[in-house]
Structures are given as C-alpha cells and as structure tokens.
Design a binder for this molecule. Structure first.
Ligand code: NAP
Length: 492
C-alpha cells in the first residue's frame, strides 16, 4: 500500500456518501498543522462541510512555531511528506523548517484549503449537546460553532514545557518553540536547559555566534550516526526521483521500511537477557555497541566527555537522536560546556543546577520539550453527562486506537494518546491511517443517517489493556530509564 506503484492514492477517500447526507455533517478541525491540513484535504474530497480553526496565523503547526536555529526534520524528507503529495524538490535529505513550512503552504494552496481556515483563532473547548447531538465549539473570539463531529489535530508537541523552578532571571529567556529572534546572541553567555531532539539541533547552530554556551542535560541521550543529516540532495538524485519510473516510490519505501516495524526488533525486551540495566536483548546490545563506537570515535581523546555523553540506560529507550558529528564536535569546543545536571533554580544573573553549581548567563534558553502527558491541554472537551475529558483521563490519557473515547461521541483525536513515535517511522504515515479511519466513521454516520458514534467501553478497555501489555515488553518501559516523556509521572 505504501509503495503505491500503481500511482493510486491508496489512502484517499472514495466518496460513497450522498452529497446531501455529507452536507448535513459539518465538522470542526482543531489545528492546521500537518494532520489538520490532511484531515481538511480528505474532508473536502469526501464532501463534508468543515472549518479548520488554527491559533497561529499560518499553516504547519509545529513547523510554523519552531523557528529555532538549526530546526530541521530528523525523518528522511522523501518519506516525511504526504504519500499523495510526494516531493522531489527537497533540497536536503532532512529539510530545514522554512522548507517544510513552505511545503505545507503549497499543499494547502494546491488543495484550496485556505478558505476553510480561521487563522489566529483558538478553540477554547467543545461541549456535546445531547438533545441536538452536536458539538458546540467555543472560540476565543467569543463565537460558538456548531458541528456534528470534532477532529482534534493539536498533536502532542504543541504546548511548550517550561519547568516550574524557583527564582527569576533578569535577562532574556525563552522556550525553543517560542524563539525570540529579537535577542542578539552574539558574544553572549547562553545557558541552554535541556538537550533532547531540539537541543541537539540548537547547540551546533548557535555555537559560533555565542560567546559561551553552557548546556544543562539531565539525562544523556542515545544517538546514531547519520552522515546524510545535513547533506544536500544532489542533482542526479533529484533527476532520478523526478524521471525514473518508480524510483521515487522505492526511495520513499526504503526510508519507511527500516524505520517502521523492522526497527521494533531492537526495542523488544528479551526477559532472559542479563544486565537489563544496559540493554534489553542481543539486538539491543548490538545497537549499544554501534552507538557507543560512534560516540567514542567522535570524542577520541576526551574520556571526560565520553563519560558524560554515553547513557547508562538501554539504547532506544528514549527517543533516539541522530548526529552527523555536529553535536558531538560542538561539545568539544572550548567555549561550550556540557553539564550533566538538571536545573534547580534561577538567579538574576544565571542558573543554579541540581548539583548546586552556578552558571552565569546573559540569555537562558529552555529546550525542555512539550507537555506531552497533558494530552489536549488546555482544551476543555465536555462529553456526555458533562464529563470533562482531561479530568476523566487524569494522569492516564488514553483513546481507542489513539483516536476515540467512550462518552465523547463523534470526537476524534489525531496523533492522540498512545500514538507517539517511539522506534522510527513518520507521524505523517500515522496521520494518514488515522484520517482514513476517521473519514470512514463519518461516512458510516452519514450513509446511514446515524446520529453519533463512540467506542464501546469494553473495546476501549480491551484496547488499553492489550496496548499496555505490549508496551510492558518494550524497551521504553525499562525501569532503568528515569525520565522519559513517553511515560507519565508514575512511570507508566
Ligand atoms: P525532549 O526530547 O523531551 O527534550 C527535553 C530536554 O529537556 C531533555 O534533555 C530533558 O531531560 C530536559 N528536561 C525536561 N524537563 C526538565 C526539567 N524539569 N529539568 C531539567 N531538564 C529537563 O524535547 P524536545 O527536544 O523538544 O523534543 C521533543 C520531541 O519533539 C522529540 O522527541 C521529537 O519527537 C520532536 N522533535 C523532532 C525534531 C526533528 O524532527 N528534528 C526536532 C525537535 C523535536 P530528560 O531527558 O532528563 O527528560
């Protein structure tokens, strides 16, 4: 299906519903990021009336908001694009943010979606009205839109997480997803707190500019070598992608396949494997050896750095990062210091880490990720009998197939609870599968003049139990990983 060698759009919607029935099922999509745009395209194809409400002034979601220096995708771009809008124009194998945002803009224009979007408007919440079987969607403009179905496309990497630490800093400070381009970093002492996927990209991009960079990294991160990470796509490859029959599809598939199910092998726990604190199976140990060799090779002659950089916990247990040398070489610079500690508190002129050491700063940058476990924060979704979805979830957001919840009829999540990528793949692929499912639900409603649809409680519980049982056997559940945004505060 993913190869689409016959040229067909295999996850397209085949309009099978009478236009009048479709017209009676208006939908609100929350968010015009990658999956909201996709939902809009498919809703349009199927003939459902819809409005997309987007808090930003432009399309792209995370690729609109994250403008920090060095921002680029770390999934091969010839796969990280819609299957029905493949791109042979990427200038790099892992494109930078401006090129990605431009891609979403072009796709939006090609499918004539913009006239359906309310820009600069935030959805505050939605209330299910039992008598009319509609969602009343409340906007920050004070307006309420009535819809038969709501699709949340807010994703998980939407609301920046800035840890609640004591003290105040007198200089400029900002989160990477809210990069303040007015702050001149030239010659400044910068303390960057956090070094996950984002911090790995920021540090090499600003190291030349700043006077001194201190990186506070609470947990070391596994990474694998990716020599193509900053490479441009050569003219020959681009020509082949454009002109050689099937080459583009094959090229895409070669990124998809190893990154998806095949990557799971090294993530599965072998309970007979000894030393679970360092690896969970033979394949996982092999990953450890390969990753460690790469790090040691890059940091030759710096045992102090190797000791800080090689994680103790099993590889692939947190999101595995990648490096073409730029991150590790940056750490070797005399004007860059990697500190393996968290943040304790802020002072007027710097940051004190969890070991009590003070780091003077002119600028503080929070590269501390997103509120992944506060699923749908800060939306207030009120379902049957006035139940608030986020209160109902508490610390354990969950959804049937990551999409639907009993008591919340005709409410669908894209990139919802339990659907994060852990071993590879692409969220665009997930979204395409999810949107197909959602559209099939809507078509079922419309085709049979049904009013509402929601998962049965027993199927929902069964899904949760089965998925939790499966996760318990994967490396991400390892008790040897202290901090992991894949898990909640209770470690599940
Ligand atoms: P992240 O991977 O969650 O990293 C956050 C960093 O902040 C970690 O070093 C974390 O330490 C630290 N941190 C969090 N809370 C802290 C606290 N209270 N005290 C001290 N340190 C704290 O976040 P991210 O780098 O923004 O990436 C999030 C996700 O965005 C990625 O997994 C990926 O899915 C996506 N992303 C993708 C790309 C790309 O495609 N190129 C780029 C950026 C982001 P611990 O590790 O100890 O928790």
């Amino acid at each position: 299906e993913e190869m689409e060698l016959d040229g067909a759009d295999s996850r397209a919607v085949t309009p099978g519903v009478h236009p009048e029935s479709a017209a009676a099922l208006p939908v609100v999509v929350i968010g015009a990021g990658m999956s909201g745009l996709l939902a809009a395209i498919r809703l349009k194809e199927a003939g459902f009336p819809f409005i997309v409400v987007e808090k930003n002034d432009g399309v792209g979601g995370t690729w609109y908001e994250n403008t920090y220096p060095g921002a680029r995708v770390d999934v091969g771009n010839h796969f990280y694009c819609y299957s029905f809008e493949p791109s042979d124009h990427w200038t790099e194998y892992f494109s930078r943010q401006p090129e990605l945002q431009a891609y979403f803009q072009q796709v939006m224009e090609r499918h004539d979606i913009e006239r359906h979007v309310r820009w600069g408007t935030e959805v505050l919440g939605a209330v299910w009205h039992e008598d009319s079987s509609t969602w009343q969607v409340e906007l920050d403009s004070g307006e309420t839109i009535s819809a038969r179905a709501v699709i949340s496309a807010v994703g998980q990497l939407n609301r920046p997480l800035v840890p609640d630490v004591a003290g105040t800093f007198d200089g400029p400070e900002f989160h990477t997803a809210r990069w303040d381009h007015d702050v001149d970093l030239e010659g400044k002492r910068v303390v960057m707190i956090g070094a996950g996927a984002t911090g790995f990209q920021v540090a090499p991009a600003i190291a030349d500019e700043v006077g001194h960079l201190t990186i506070l990294q609470r947990s070391a991160q596994w990474m694998f070598p990716n020599p193509n990470y900053h490479e441009r796509v050569g003219d020959g490859v681009r020509w082949a992608l454009r002109h050689l029959p099937f080459y583009g599809r094959w090229f895409r598939f070669l990124i998809f396949w190893p990154g998806c199910d095949t990557g799971l092998v090294a993530a599965r726990v072998d309970h007979g494997w000894e030393h679970q604190e360092r690896s969970v199976s033979e394949a996982n140990e092999m990953a450890r050896v390969i990753f460690t060799d790469w790090i040691a090779g890059q940091l030759g002659g710096r045992p102090d750095l190797i000791a800080k950089v090689v994680p103790e916990y099993p590889p692939t247990g947190k999101r595995t990062l990648q490096d073409n040398g730029s991150w590790l070489q940056t750490l070797k610079r005399p004007d860059v210091e990697l500190v393996r500690a968290g943040v304790d508190h802020l002072c007027s002129d710097g940051v004190v880490d969890t070991d009590g050491v003070f780091h003077g700063a002119d600028v503080v940058i929070w590269a501390t990720g997103f509120r992944v476990n506060d699923a749908l924060f800060p939306l207030r979704i009120t379902g049957r009998a006035g139940v608030d979805l986020r209160q109902h979830w508490g610390n354990r957001p969950r959804a049937y197939l990551g999409m639907t919840v009993p008591g919340f009829p005709n409410f669908f999540c894209l990139y919802g609870p339990g659907t994060n990528l852990a071993s590879g793949g692409s969220l665009i692929f997930h979204s395409e599968c999810e949107v197909r499912y959602v559209l099939q639900c809507l078509e079922l409603l419309a085709a049979h003049d049904l009013v509402a649809m929601e998962p049965r409680q027993d199927r929902y519980d069964d899904w949760y139990e089965r998925s939790q049982a499966e996760l318990a056997d994967m490396v991400w559940s390892s008790p040897h990983i202290e901090h992991n945004f894949y898990k909640n505060d209770e470690g599940v």
